[in-house]
Design a protein around this ligand. Structure first.
Ligand SMILES: *[C@@H]1O[C@H](CO)[C@@H](O)[C@H](O)[C@H]1NC(C)=O
Ligand SMILES: *[C@@H]1O[C@H](CO)[C@@H](O)[C@H](O)[C@H]1NC(C)=O
Ligand SMILES: *[C@@H]1O[C@H](CO)[C@@H](O)[C@H](O)[C@H]1NC(C)=O
Ligand SMILES: *[C@@H]1O[C@H](CO)[C@@H](O)[C@H](O)[C@H]1NC(C)=O
Ligand SMILES: *[C@@H]1O[C@H](CO)[C@@H](O)[C@H](O)[C@H]1NC(C)=O
Ligand SMILES: *[C@@H]1O[C@H](CO)[C@@H](O)[C@H](O)[C@H]1NC(C)=O
Ligand SMILES: *[C@@H]1O[C@H](CO)[C@@H](O)[C@H](O)[C@H]1NC(C)=O
Ligand SMILES: *[C@@H]1O[C@H](CO)[C@@H](O)[C@H](O)[C@H]1NC(C)=O
Length: 298
């Protein structure tokens, strides 16, 4: 029996669970919704179009709002609850590794005198189908929802949707595919690390410690690179959306909780490999001491 092996068993179990949660977060409505890579906030989409081009009624979006409210001016003055809802869009779209979810902010989309920012919750209505190698494409998603809600005469470009957002997110496509593959590899390695650590409770010896070091380092590499790519994607996507989306009332937030989750998993598996390194070295000292002792006795 090797009692030291119990520690890496626990560590690799935790890493395995966290990595799996990273992959499957948000794969069902309401399941770990806060652990999105990036959340797109479209609740105020189009607001600025009304300000800047309210006289130009050839824009189908303007005439749509005009029809809904009978007066653009009244709309601007009252502060429409949600343009997004009016248009058949949702307040937010959260991109996960396997899919995206959409829904509405409750009780309201913007903090006001009685509702503070921390009281605003996400109410998920739907998630897309789970897809391997998934890549979130807001332009297509939003246009599809405009089409489906009977507003297909409104083109997203009528809302001044910036091409730069599409270009910026398209550049992340390869990265998101690599990220998916790496999370799968990471889960596999974490699983093997768990089994190897479990076996090493019963099989003592430096060879088994050494094999464990190797497996844990490979798992660490996979989770670490996956986490690095996820971080890069979240930061870059939020940056590009906030930079160009600001003028049309669209904003994005990178998923802080997801990043914490994935980096904690990385840290755990790293500590597991350190424990095995320690076991490997301590084992050698043990053995050389035993040799000396045996030599002394004979
Ligand atoms: C749009 O109009 C609202 C209401 O008049 C105003 O508060 C807001 O600052 C305007 N936004 C821009 C970008 O002009
Ligand atoms: C606005 O209403 C008019 C008639 O009421 C209709 O012909 C037009 O298609 C409507 N426009 C939009 C964008 O819904
Ligand atoms: C959504 O975006 C709008 C406009 O950028 C902002 O005022 C609002 O606070 C955001 N809502 C949440 C819940 O982040
Ligand atoms: C804040 O928003 C809530 C929900 O829409 C609403 O009931 C409340 O009256 C608003 N408060 C103010 C001061 O506008
Ligand atoms: C969330 O949305 C569903 C349906 O869209 C609604 O029935 C439910 O009341 C909402 N929850 C909250 C807390 O607003
Ligand atoms: C999602 O899956 C269901 C059944 O599995 C299928 O009917 C539907 O068409 C799929 N939706 C999309 C957008 O692929
Ligand atoms: C939306 O409808 C238009 C035609 O009305 C079509 O050309 C376009 O491909 C549709 N967009 C999506 C995303 O389905
Ligand atoms: C929206 O407009 C762009 C350019 O103005 C065009 O390329 C695209 O096909 C249009 N999409 C729809 C659905 O009409």
């Amino acid at each position: 029996m090797r009692f030291l092996a119990i520690l890496p068993v626990l560590l690799s179990t935790a890493a395995l669970i966290l990595t799996t949660l990273c992959l499957f977060a948000g794969s069902r409505p309401g399941f770990m919704e806060d652990y999105a890579l990036v959340t797109l906030n479209t609740s105020r989409i189009g607001q600025n179009v009304l300000n800047t081009t309210s006289s130009e009624s050839s824009n189908p979006f303007i005439s749509f709002i005009d029809n809904v409210t009978n007066s653009v001016e009244a709309e601007i003055n009252e502060g429409l609850n949600s343009f997004a809802k009016e248009l058949g869009l949702h307040d937010f779209y959260s991109a996960h590794i396997l899919d995206f979810c959409e829904g509405f902010y409750t009780p309201t989309d913007m903090p006001n005198a009685t509702v503070s920012k921390s009281e605003i919750k996400k109410n998920v209505t739907d998630c897309s189908n789970r897809t391997a190698m998934y890549h979130f494409d807001p332009q297509q998603t939003l246009q599809l929802e405009l089409n489906n809600s009977g507003n297909s005469n409104i083109n997203l470009t009528d809302l001044n949707w910036p091409d730069e957002i599409d270009a910026g997110l398209k550049a992340l496509r390869i990265a998101s595919q690599a990220m998916f593959v790496l999370y799968c590899i990471a889960i596999a390695f974490a699983g093997v690390a768990f089994l190897a650590a479990l076996a090493s409770i019963f099989f003592t010896g430096r060879i088994s410690s050494f094999i464990n070091v190797l497996i844990d380092l490979l798992a660490f590499l996979a989770i670490g690179i996956a986490s690095a790519i996820a971080t890069a994607i979240a930061v870059k996507a939020a940056d590009v959306i906030n930079h160009y989306g600001n003028e049309i009332g669209v904003s994005a937030q990178k998923g802080g909780k997801f990043l914490i989750l994935t980096w904690v998993a990385t840290g755990l598996i790293f500590v597991a490999s350190l424990v095995w390194c320690f076991d490997c070295i301590a084992g050698r000292k043990d053995k050389s001491r035993r040799y000396k002792n045996e030599g002394g006795y004979s």
